[in-house]
Design a protein around this ligand. Structure first.
Ligand code: MG
Ligand code: ZN
Length: 435
């Protein structure tokens, strides 16, 4: 049974026929670390620069992103209904070199399966990893290792991670993120199956740190991980997961391909939640630093950090105030969701003072108090509006926006990603330079 699955799902021949492959004399890289900040448009990384600027006066220090800025990419998909991408189509462009329709994962516009750079790296004998803060079968990560018509096919995607093979082997060696509820289901226990295939399995930071398996599945939440600002110390950060993945992947003498996603920058953007957005951009900043640190003093590794699109139409300042106030954001110690949940537990408005350390006026307090008779969502939305008002953060949509997004790169062949390129060019270049 298992054997026939392997035969059916082995993608090696598909990769060998990939028309995008074009061997030429470009210097090949041994290791690729691709980081995608989902929804992380220019306003988010510029916001980070303001956010990191402690004194709020004088010249701003460049962020680590600024130091490695090389260019920008356009993100539009080939959807017949929309010209703004979703994360599935953008992920597929970044992973396969094919722009496609919104919702597609690992398929071209004609719904044909096309190989991903992760699969190609595996085909070339490398180790591979997927790390993120959403469930690991969510669109962006799945675009690199699954082939389904719709991103909503979560169970099928999780099955693909185990069942689809390259040269007879599972294609992903290290998977770290959320998603227990998709891997341990009534109809199938993928966790047990991965363990039968010699994978280690860990569920918290302690286990992640002590585990020695070279192939590893780590699921740290039923669906997504908490945002960094809300995280329990026993849940690993994106940067800690990335370190753990690198420690394992670097053992392979043929090198590796690692995809890391800051999954929830986008989710905070959809919520128009600047506290959550800055929390997740900070986590992503630390992760980029970890990746660059790995590549320092090596001549065989490329680190690329980019976004799949921007989200929320976030603007640094609004209403002609000429003053964005990151100090307001920094004075808050949990996401509006966590604060709202806690307020509904205590029904006591002074609970706010445990989390919000800027001054709210009586009207604000009255408005928040009145939502305690309603749902948690009402309170959360009110807190979001108040925080956007005091920080002077603007938003134009709860969806995605179509502007180009930045590309940051460090290491061998970084110049190939410079200038203005298409999102699909990133995969095309990777296919060309992966050794
Ligand atoms: Mg995503
Ligand atoms: Zn989104």
């Amino acid at each position: 049974m298992l054997h026939s699955t392997i035969q059916q799902n082995d993608y090696s021949s598909l990769i060998a026929l990939n028309p995008i492959l074009n061997y030429n004399s470009t210097k090949k890289v041994k290791n690729v670390i691709l980081l995608i900040g989902d929804g992380m448009g220019f306003s988010y990384t510029t916001g980070l620069r303001y956010f990191n600027h402690e004194s709020q006066k004088g010249l701003m220090k460049p962020t680590i992103f600024d130091r490695y800025f090389v260019g920008s990419q356009s993100t539009y998909s080939l959807d017949t209904q929309c010209n703004i991408t979703d994360s599935a189509a953008a992920g597929t462009a970044l992973s396969t070199g094919y722009k496609t329709y919104n919702g597609a994962l690992g398929l071209n516009i004609d719904k044909q399966t096309v190989p991903t750079v992760l699969e190609y790296a595996k085909f070339r004998g490398k180790s591979t990893g997927l790390v993120g803060t959403s469930q690991i079968n969510h669109a962006t990560l799945a675009a690199f290792a699954a082939h389904v018509e719709s991103r909503d096919q979560y169970d099928q995607i999780a099955d693909d991670y185990l069942d689809e093979r390259i040269e007879g082997k599972q294609k992903i060696d290290v998977m770290l993120g959320g998603g227990t509820s998709y891997f341990h289901r009534k109809d199938r226990n993928l966790i047990e199956e991965f363990v039968l295939h010699q994978f280690g399995y860990v569920t918290n930071l302690q286990e992640l740190t002590t585990n020695k398996n070279e192939r590893l599945l780590g699921l740290f939440a039923p669906i997504e991980l908490p945002k960094m600002i809300d995280r329990d110390p026993n849940v690993p950060s994106l940067s800690q997961m990335t370190k753990a993945a690198l420690e394992r992947l670097k053992q392979n003498p043929n090198g590796f391909f690692l995809l890391v996603e800051g999954s929830q920058i986008d989710w905070a953007g959809h919520d128009n939640d600047i506290v959550g957005a800055m929390s997740e951009v900070k986590d992503f900043e630390a992760t980029f630093r970890t990746a660059v640190h790995f590549a320092l003093n090596r001549d065989d590794t490329i680190v690329i950090a980019t976004a799949d699109h921007s989200t929320g139409g976030m603007s640094i300042d609004r209403n002609g105030n000429y003053k964005w106030n990151p100090s307001v954001i920094k004075s808050i110690t949990a996401t509006p969701f966590v604060i709202a949940t806690r307020l509904h537990e205590t029904k006591d408005i002074t609970t706010l003072m445990d989390y919000i350390h800027f001054t709210l006026n009586d009207d604000d307090l009255k408005t928040i108090q009145s939502t305690l008779e309603m749902g948690v969502e009402d309170t959360r939305q009110t807190l979001i509006d108040i925080i956007n008002h005091y920080s002077s953060t603007g938003w134009t949509t709860k969806g995605h926006t179509g502007e180009d997004v930045p590309i940051y790169a460090y290491g061998l062949n970084r110049h190939l990603f410079s200038g203005r390129i298409e999102n699909s060019d990133i995969a095309k270049i990777l296919f060309e330079i992966i050794d």
